[in-house]
Design a protein around this ligand. Sequence first.
Ligand SMILES: Cc1cc2nc3c(=O)[nH]c(=O)nc-3n(C[C@H](O)[C@H](O)[C@H](O)COP(=O)(O)O)c2cc1C
Ligand SMILES: [Mn+2]
Length: 479
Amino acid sequence: MPFADLREYIQSLEAAGELKRIRAEVDWNLELGGIMRRANDLREPALLFENIKGYPSGCPVLANIVGASKPNVFGRVCRALEMPPDTPGTQIVEEMARRFSNPIEPVVVGNGPCKENIIMGADVDLLKFPSPHLRQLDGGRYFGTWHTNIIKDPDSAWVNWGMYRHMLQDKTSISWLANPGQHGPGLYYQKYEARGMPMPMSVAIGTDPVVALSSISLVTSHYSEAALAGGMRGRPVELVKCETNDLLVPATAEIILEGVVLPHERKLEGPFGEYTGYRKSDHSPHPVFRVNCITHRNNPLFPVSSPGKPFDDTTFVYALCGSAALTLELRKLGLPFRSIYLTNSMMAVVISASEVYPGYVHTLSSAIWGTKVGIYRPTIIVVGEDVDVTNSDEILWALTTRVHPVRDIHVKARAPSNALFPFISSEEQEAFSGAAVCYDATFPFEWKDTAPKVVDFQRAFSKDTQHLVLSRWKEYGFE
Ligand SMILES: Cc1cc2nc3c(=O)[nH]c(=O)nc-3n(C[C@H](O)[C@H](O)[C@H](O)COP(=O)(O)O)c2cc1C
Ligand SMILES: [Mn+2]
């Protein structure tokens, strides 16, 4: 049975020993962020902070929700997706891609727990929620680090779900990191603001985990992330209408913010630690979300993520979601390959494929850069089918043994860039312009019969010898 809400997911984590309750009083100002990061580095369970300094009880903060688990780093993601917790990364990507291609439309319900409290007008006060200031390097308290931004295309029925970070400004406003190549920001810049129209937006915080996963899934435009979430959980997501706009939001969410983004209004956003592993953006002007209504459940859970040097608590889930979306797109194009993984920095696509004709690597890389996932992936590494794309050691081995420095590095100038790329200059950052590269870590098609042979247990020994060694393994004294 899919999780009805975040609370059921937490119960299942606790039952599996994957949740730690922290009852000691913890300060939202840096202490919580420090605990989170260290627990992440040690691959500790998800954290439920039950006692936040300066906040009444019943204001818990949930952290490291889908962070790295033990022994399988992907274990908690598997639990969110109701898969066996020992599923390897490449299999998770395949299963997610399968679910992505079987979307289930959401259903609209008349009411839901997210309406247990309705706060409007002068009573709206974002400071009543324990949003943390995570790190000294950050520009302030972050209200949105694990949520769903809901925005409608004014010209069609398409409603986009994305996750774009929100920095707290004051009681009623939060700024919004809006990169123009993303769907929600694209609708704002290219449609609402261009026409001088205020843009209604709702933000759902604390949802059934697959709702958050669908919001970071990088699927193509005009594809409903709400239906994708339904496909991922095997049942429709229940949506309920907002109080002050016509947007539909997940009915079991912990907190809903309703409001508008006005054209041409900007406030300073950031800096903030990022998925690349750096704090690149200094504070820069970004659109502002003015909140005019908050609805929330009783004792709402406040979910938090803390991006930073990989791995952080969302590294694996973001990489898996993007890998699944890209797998789906390339399969639709009929391009043969074995598997894809987006690397933990999310800066590269690693794809394992055999050259089906000379120059196939160019077909593959052009196709990847032509997808939503590919826009902000400046590095593509094509490895042979023998390489496990989730294994950094194997990728580095292929890169350093198969890439001819003159023949196999293909550079693109003036490629799209987002403001967070660590290697771009400040001029490029301002212009959202950068560069991209494809490393061909496969041996040339023409070398089909003469390419160097891999020497490992599977390939350097006959089946007979392998069988002999395996069948006598215990006899030799091994476990
Ligand atoms: C924790 C977390 C925070 C994110 N914050 C942002 C952000 O501030 N701005 C942004 O453009 N993308 C951000 N992303 C990535 C987007 O959510 C992701 O690319 C998603 O596909 C966007 O939805 P869209 O494809 O419909 O635009 C974040 C991802 C995660 C996991
Ligand atoms: Mn989208």
